[in-house]
Design a protein around this ligand. Structure first.
Ligand SMILES: Nc1nc2c(c(=O)[nH]1)N[C@H]1C(S)=C(S)[C@@H](COP(=O)(O)OP(=O)(O)OC[C@H]3O[C@@H](n4cnc5c(=O)[nH]c(N)nc54)[C@H](O)[C@@H]3O)O[C@H]1N2
Ligand SMILES: Nc1nc2c(c(=O)[nH]1)N[C@H]1C(S)=C(S)[C@@H](COP(=O)(O)OP(=O)(O)OC[C@H]3O[C@@H](n4cnc5c(=O)[nH]c(N)nc54)[C@H](O)[C@@H]3O)O[C@H]1N2
Ligand SMILES: [Mo]
Length: 661
């Protein structure tokens, strides 16, 4: 039979949303490669993208509904599964109210068709849903305070920058299609600073690597501002016209002299001076801001302090400028049936996503009777895993939808299979970096007739008699969702199905000097923040200190070869903990040994590897490892940040012990 080539998009929770070509022979995919035609993908994709192939056909994939009976998994039919879910949901609602159901959802899949889970629970009556964030929440809310919304420049605009700060972002591993622009800029002689406590693969290509003490970025930003202000490097015109609260901010910045900032951050005075000069004089300057530095208790204020640098130097609203963190570009023009259902939901109760365990343990009015988990692996990805496992055990009925039997799925009572992106058509976009709306074709039929989430929730709604639930086919759902975008930019549905779409008119945010804040200006001083009980201006809040018992800071950034836990599924070895020579010696340990890493919350076994890329008194272990290997979040508390209830994963301390102790 003839080969067929079809285009699909990566559904992983990543910056790049890559376009890929699948080659199909006899209804089976034989190859996946990067799409050379896509403006961002440009023909190459990472190993994780290619692994969609291995995962779709993997023998361990869940392909039928499963019910746990007496501790053992039994395959059941869809009829049985949906009957039981329907009957349980209706009875919980009757006895305890719909809020006795807690829906936990994350970003395991990036297409719009699978957002119907939310819609289902809204029409069910409104359940307990999350607020806060595991990912980028502190920074996102901080930027909303400063700018009024989350907006970024187009990737191509980086070519216009004369100075680049990559601040707490490891794009060589997490955002590979941005790397090209950085390499090109460096070739042109543009100074590229990478600010990170770890000398990452990105830091290794920088023109200047700035090692910073974990969680001290706010102080560095305020120190840069101090130098900029004292050397008259500010953009007075921009400040007068577009900035609110400069005087209050300036007065606060006064105390951040070079010596003080060097002491807090570990960044040498000369480096601070050079950074300040380049950023304020060698313009336009852009900041590519990552998510690492906001996973601390001071995460939100760190981001506000960094944003402020753009405002005082006029590096905002200009080509080659910007503080690029999150970009709501496409999202602003999509309004689906799900969004509509959000508006009519009669009631809802909320929990802080990173603190689901405490919520379950303390909820009594009503208690949590049912946990429904979609697109998420919380028993690996949230802080304090042991506490979370215990909390989950208290819940009567737990349902998980996933492709594989994850650590979370293992704790469920009923597991439903999920389709792969290769098995359904969808539109994919994200706010992280790629500014494109992409149509992903269905490549093959779902394995074993798996019912995808779009049809599954529609069936369930019908069975349960949720009459308002939109009984519409997928195409109608897509068309309604895309209507605002199609109208505004005069594009047809057929066009969107054939071409990646971006909004060229909005490639440089805030160009007109009008911000979405209450004052219409950039807000160094924010009443919104004040009304939330926060400091109205960005401030430096110190991070947690190590203690005698747990003297090592534990950093757990994102792994190159896995998207969180997903690609650790078939990895049976123990994690590797990276430590520098000096710290290793101080701990009285030897190279390459198997050790226990212990914290107040638990312990895991790891291999030790010496790496001088890691700073002193620090241990780095990539996140994502499954329980069978040892999950880092077993060691981590469920504390949250100052702004946005962001999980403060990197406020963690540990110690090393040899295995026999
Ligand atoms: N390969 C791969 N790619 C991914 C993901 C993945 O799991 N694997 N996940 C995706 C998702 S969901 C996200 S949110 C993004 C995250 O993308 P990134 O933000 O690039 O990655 P992170 O690992 O979250 O953290 C970035 C960097 O912050 C640094 N960091 C930690 N603490 C501090 C600090 O106090 N100050 C400073 N300046 N830096 C600090 C870390 O050392 C790390 O190098 O990546 C996406 N892409
Ligand atoms: N220690 C530490 N912990 C962290 C972080 C950190 O830096 N350090 N980073 C945090 C960040 S940035 C994030 S975003 C979170 C991520 O947290 P999660 O989103 O929970 O992480 P994943 O491991 O990607 O789990 C997603 C699950 O969705 C499943 N899935 C994939 N496609 C589908 C589908 O179509 N339908 C359904 N129902 N399921 C599907 C996958 O198989 C996978 O099991 O983790 C956070 N955890
Ligand atoms: Mo994330």
């Amino acid at each position: 039979m003839k080969e067929k080539k079809r285009t699909f998009y990566c559904s992983l929770d990543c910056f790049d949303n890559c376009s890929m070509i699948a080659t199909v022979e006899n209804d089976r995919i034989i190859k996946i490669e990067g799409n050379p035609e896509h403006p961002l993908t440009q023909g190459f994709v990472c190993g994780k993208g290619k692994k969609h192939l291995e995962r779709v056909y993997h023998p361990d994939r869940i392909v039928t509904p499963k019910r746990k009976r007496n501790g053992r998994w039994i395959d059941i039919s869809y009829e049985e599964a949906l009957d039981e879910i329907s009957e349980k949901l209706l009875s919980f609602k009757k006895a305890y109210g719909s809020e006795s159901v807690l829906h936990f959802s994350s970003a395991g899949y990036g297409g719009i068709s699978k957002s119907v889970d939310k819609m289902f629970f809204n029409y069910y009556g409104g359940v307990t849903t999350s607020i806060g964030n595991l990912c980028l929440g502190a920074g996102k809310e901080a930027q909303k305070i400063d700018f009024g919304d989350n907006r970024g420049h187009s990737p191509q605009d980086i070519s216009n920058a004369k100075t680049i700060f990559v601040w707490g972002r490891n794009l060589a591993d997490t955002n590979i299609h941005l790397m090209k622009y950085l390499v090109e800029a460096k070739k042109r002689g543009v100074p590229v600073y990478v600010i990170d406590p770890i000398k990452t693969n990105t830091a290794k290509m920088a023109s200047k690597y700035i090692r910073i003490n974990p969680g001290s970025d706010g102080a560095l930003a305020l120190g840069l501002a101090h130098h900029i202000i004292h050397h008259q490097l500010i953009d007075e015109n921009f400040i007068t016209k577009h900035v609110k609260g400069y005087e209050d901010y300036r007065a606060y910045v006064e105390r951040f002299n070079l010596a003080y900032v060097e002491e807090i951050t570990g960044v040498a005075k000369e480096d601070i001076i050079n950074m300040a000069k380049d950023y304020a004089e060698n313009k336009p300057a852009t900041i590519l801001l990552g998510y690492g530095l906001q996973r601390y208790r001071n995460g939100g204020n760190n981001v506000r302090a960094i944003d402020a640098l753009g405002a005082i130097t006029g590096n905002i609203g200009v080509r080659g400028g910007g503080i690029n963190y999150y970009n709501k570009l496409i999202g602003n023009y999509i309004f689906s049936e799900v969004d509509k259902s959000e508006e009519i939901v009669p009631k809802r109760r909320t929990f802080i996503v990173g603190q689901v365990a405490d919520f379950i343990c303390n909820a009594n009015n009503p208690p949590v009777k049912c946990l429904f988990i979609t697109k998420a692996n919380p028993l690996v990805q949230v802080g304090d895993v042991h506490k979370t496992i215990e909390a989950f055990k208290k819940v009567d009925f737990k349902v998980v939808i996933d492709l594989f039997m994850t650590d979370t799925a293992k704790h469920a009572d009923l597991v439903l299979p999920a389709t792969s992106i290769l098995e359904e058509e969808d539109f994919i976009y994200s706010g992280m970096f790629s500014p494109y709306l992409n149509y992903s074709q269905k490549i093959i039929e779902p394995r074993n007739h798996i019912i995808g989430e779009y049809d599954l929730f529609r069936k369930l709604a019908k069975k349960m008699g949720l009459r308002e639930y939109p009984d519409i086919d997928r195409e109608t759902f897509f068309k309604r969702a895309l209507e605002p975008l199609m109208k505004k930019f005069q594009v047809s549905y057929e066009y969107l199905k054939k071409n990646p779409f971006t909004i060229i008119e909005e490639d440089i945010p805030w160009q007109n000097g009008k911000f979405d804040t209450p004052s219409g200006k950039y807000e160094l001083y924010s009443e919104t923040a004040k009304n939330q009980g926060l400091s109205p201006i960005p401030i430096y809040i110190p991070v947690k200190e190590k203690d005698e018992k747990y003297p090592l800071r534990l950093l757990t950034p994102h792994p190159k070869h896995s998207l969180h836990s997903q690609h650790f599924a078939f990895e049976d070895s123990k994690p590797t903990a990276f430590i520098n020579q000096h710290t290793l010696k101080k701990q009285g340990l030897m190279k390459d040994q198997l050790v226990k890493i212990q914290s107040k919350y638990g312990e895991i076994e790891t291999h030790l590897e010496i790496s001088n890329d890691v700073g002193d008194d620090t241990i780095m272990i990539y996140e994502g490892w499954w329980h069978k290997s040892g999950s880092v979040n077993m060691l981590i508390s469920d504390e949250v940040s100052d702004i946005g209830n962001q999980a403060a994963y990197y406020e963690s301390f540990c110690r090393i012990n040899s295995i026999d102790e």
